[in-house]
Design a protein around this ligand. Sequence first.
Ligand SMILES: Cc1cc2nc3c(=O)[nH]c(=O)nc-3n(C[C@H](O)[C@H](O)[C@H](O)COP(=O)(O)OP(=O)(O)OC[C@H]3O[C@@H](n4cnc5c(N)ncnc54)[C@H](O)[C@@H]3O)c2cc1C
Length: 469
Amino acid sequence: MLTERYRIMTAPLAALATRISGRVVTTSEPDWDSVRTGFNLTTDVRPHAVVLPAHAADVVQVVEHARAHGLRIAAQATGHNNGAHRDLTDALLVDVRDLREITIDADARRVRVGAGVRWQDVVPALSDLGLAALHGSSPLVGIAGYSLGGGMGWLARKYGLQTNSVTALEVVTADARLRRVDPQNEPDLFWALRGGNGNFGVVTGIEFEVYAVSDLYAGALFFPADSAQLVLRRWFGLAPRLPEEMMTWTSLIHFPDDPEVPGELRGRPFTVFHCAYLGDAQTGADLLRPIRDLGPVLDTFATVPPAVLADMAMDPPAPLPYLSTTALVDRITPQALDDLLDAVGPDSGSPLSLVQIRQLGGALGRQAPGAGARATIPGSYSVLALGVVAEAGDEGPVASYLARLDDALRPYRVGEYPNFVEQPGDASRFFTPQTWERLRAVKTAYDPGDLFQGNHHVPPLPHEQAVNE
Ligand SMILES: Cc1cc2nc3c(=O)[nH]c(=O)nc-3n(C[C@H](O)[C@H](O)[C@H](O)COP(=O)(O)OP(=O)(O)OC[C@H]3O[C@@H](n4cnc5c(N)ncnc54)[C@H](O)[C@@H]3O)c2cc1C
């Protein structure tokens, strides 16, 4: 007999709810809004229903249900990139937040996590074991979406993208089978998942390699906001000479007026230079002397365990409403720097909270043997900018400064890094034509009916083309 709770669902969803150990959350549930909301509060995702599986067997049930009822499936772990989705009204949003197992094999330097695990759940334990994972700037980000889209973190110039350190994936495909895919088992699917996002199935478990790092030299130099021109010019001169063991970023950050922010930073703008160096403090300090000689007002550099990297960027600790833009650029000439600062620099009147420039190159630009669909990232620098929209309807000023930044970077642009793109669009632009065709061929083989909607959508080949190939 159906309980009261199931009576307010449509009959098919109520039937699904009785077949799984996890939950089906529909529009009439009290927590509908909190469950469907991701990290960016300007995004309004409205799926047919949200399903919170308790284990992989639940996901198998959801796939069978979706196929039987003509629904699609969109998978997510934390909703940090749900703004890129197309309309989901005909889709079940399968949110894997409750798949939270963690196994660390320190000797083999292998980790297996359930697909709902966030970086913050695993980084401190790894650090205690003298190990580091290839996470990025925010500990709240999910390992699943980060890894399936690429994953560009503090150690990326040395060890590449996180997706290419993934050693196996457990995934429920469109035929409702739970498969373990790795270089030996279904290598095409393994290739496509590593960069092709949620277009090929619902990932329930991820296994990946981690690296022996007991400590490293890392920290931030804070300069007054109006030193931006000086610091950036010096950094652009220095960066090409830095070793792959060193990752450097320079950002214009306007810290919020929030009690969570340390007093000396709260509510104020800074030019912030960040670095993580896989080496000793003396060599690191020697390499960074040209930047430090500019006289930072605050210097946090120290020899630290890898856990410190998880929060070193001081990313927002909770969901917030924002608009963003991003670009990969091949160079930033003196003219480009002038244009960038005219557009969003300290004297521009910019309301943006963050303009972050990361150095690329090293392993990020090299195709590793056995790499997945997201093998490399083109360009010399990645630029990411965002502005908080305090009130709905007040997007105008933030949007116009983001557009000014886009205009300034346009002549140098060589692409976009998909994990930083939060708007729907044509995903073919993230890949070479050959990679895109291969992704579509794998999609056609495993999901010809386009059941799975990744945030950056990979469609199957048209029927006639698929038949002829
Ligand atoms: C504050 C902040 C900091 C960031 N810092 C970095 C950074 O330093 N480096 C970097 O590379 N990126 C960074 N990102 C971008 C981040 O990597 C992407 O937003 C990523 O997609 C987030 O993954 P998620 O699982 O948390 O998000 P979700 O929105 O849950 O997932 C994103 C997409 O991944 C796929 N996916 C997720 N889970 C599954 C699953 N179980 N099965 C199949 N597909 C799935 C889906 O296509 C989904 O739409 C940052 C983002 C934010 C907001």
